[in-house]
Design a protein around this ligand. Structure first.
Ligand SMILES: C[S@@+](CC[C@H](N)C(=O)[O-])C[C@H]1O[C@@H](n2cnc3c(N)ncnc32)[C@H](O)[C@@H]1O
Length: 428
């Protein structure tokens, strides 16, 4: 789930609009101040309903992307962003424009921290080839190998990236089902072994070797500036194989004189484990045309992989925001301040969707909740203020309680035992 709040209010936005609208019938102006705009879900609906908005969010990257979307997005946003490029942007945001930093994080990341590249190393190349096929109509040999000519032609006939993406998905899905019927047994075994954390077995080989060098835990921690000795040196916790970068550091120890070839391969050769796993499959299936079948299964694997191009799907979601462009003049301003620095017109209705008190995801945003509620008490003297939260101090009143559902989902996150989300007001 790349951006914890990315599409958070999208599902309940219409509902929130209706409630706020109904509770502000006496308003003098259709003007909303959205103090924690995030992904614009709420403001989008208000603008569609003809309101004007003043937007604010302390995250300058989010607001910069919003500005960019409203103005213009360059054509090359569909181009492939490699793993290296992704990490360069994440690690050196100052070298890039603000909007681009956020763009990369929403489109190309995976996992709740937003700092992991979307595709695993070993599938990056096939995803890139599929992306290039859909975006630039380039037909790589692999595409020719896995998709019959007539389907390639049909996909290329589609006149937009979105239509081609859908067409590819359809074709890949159909081919996958067809092949999977024929090679069901083989594919099942293949999957079982490939997806199995056989890794652990090999990690044990690594820890055993490292131990034999007499390197100490202290030395490992010092060299790697981490607390990883526990994983590299013992079998007690999850044994792990260091990344090549980590290994380069460990290697500096004078206890490590030479690295045996198999250990070297484990650390530095991405394909080594895959090769070992394939050997295992061959032994297991023990069948005379198995090599040929494995080739077909590789094709099947690739077909499965090109069904989903999540990066393009994410851009498509972003593009939905473009629909707002039509009423762009209704956005009076876009600010990148803290909520309490925004000047709020007397007639405005205010909506607040602050970082939730109970979610760990927001730990990175240090947010003083007491100060926030105090600010709202004061602001409520002059304006109608609505707050989306799960809990509030006792002197706040719930005017609406949303039935429990993971409003944080959007990607595939689910929070169990979470309290109901509510709309709070003060002093009515
Ligand atoms: C729950 S999200 C808002 C989600 C938004 N309503 C939506 O539907 O997309 C909370 C937002 O508060 C912003 N934020 C955190 N601290 C802030 C502060 N002190 N002032 C303004 N915004 C802040 C974060 O950047 C984040 O975008």
């Amino acid at each position: 789930m790349p951006i914890p709040y990315m599409w958070s209010k999208r599902k309940s936005a219409r509902h929130i609009y209706n409630i706020i609208e109904a509770h502000t019938k006496d308003r003098k102006e259709d003007l909303l101040v959205d103090l924690f705009t995030g992904w614009f879900a709420i403001s989008e609906i208000f603008i569609q309903e003809g309101w004007k908005t003043i937007n604010n969010d302390k995250n300058k990257y989010v607001m910069a992307l919003l500005e960019k979307i409203l103005e213009w997005l360059p054509d090359n946003i569909y181009d492939w962003v490699s793993r290296d490029k992704f990490y360069d942007v994440i690690n050196n945001p100052d070298n890039y424009e603000d909007w681009y930093v956020w763009f990369i994080q929403c489109v190309w990341s995976f996992g709740s921290t937003q700092t992991n590249y979307m595709y695993w190393k070993n599938i990056e190349y096939i995803k890139r080839i599929a992306n290039d096929f859909v975006v630039n109509k380039n037909i790589d040999k692999i595409i020719k190998d896995i998709i019959p000519k007539k389907y390639i032609e049909w996909i290329l006939k589609q006149d937009t990236i979105w239509k081609r993406r859908m067409a590819l998905k359809k074709v890949a899905n159909m081919l996958f089902n067809k092949f999977n019927k024929i090679y069901k047994k083989e594919y099942k075994i293949y999957k079982k072994i490939m997806d199995n954390p056989l890794w652990k077995e090999y990690a044990l080989i690594f820890t055993k070797w490292l131990k034999s060098t007499w390197i100490t835990n202290k030395e490992i921690n010092k060299l790697t500036n981490s607390n990883m000795w526990w994983h590299y040196l013992t079998q007690a916790s999850q044994p792990a194989i260091p990344t090549p970068e980590m290994m380069d550091l460990i290697k500096k120890s004078n206890k490590i004189k030479n690295i045996p070839q198999n250990i070297y391969d484990l650390v530095y050769d991405d394909d080594y484990i895959i090769k070992l796993k394939k050997e295992m499959i061959i032994n297991l299936l023990n069948n005379k045309d198995i090599i040929k079948k494995l080739d077909i299964i590789d094709i099947l694997e690739n077909i499965e992989r090109i069904q989903n191009l999540n990066n393009l799907e994410n851009i498509q979601r972003l593009e939905r925001l473009l629909s707002i462009k039509v009423n762009k003049q209704n956005i009076l301003s876009i600010n990148k301040w803290s909520y309490n620095e925004v000047e709020i017109p007397k007639n405005a209705v205010v909506y607040c969707d602050p970082p939730y008190a109970w979610t760990a995801e927001y730990a990175e945003w240090w947010f003083n909740h007491e100060e926030f509620w105090e600010y709202i008490r004061k602001l409520s003297r002059t304006n109608k203020v609505f707050i989306s939260e799960y809990t509030a101090p006792d002197d706040f009143k719930v005017i609406y309680r949303f039935p429990q559902k993971s409003s944080l989902s959007g990607w595939n996150q689910s929070h169990n035992n979470q309290p109901d989300e509510c709309l709070f007001v003060y002093n009515w």
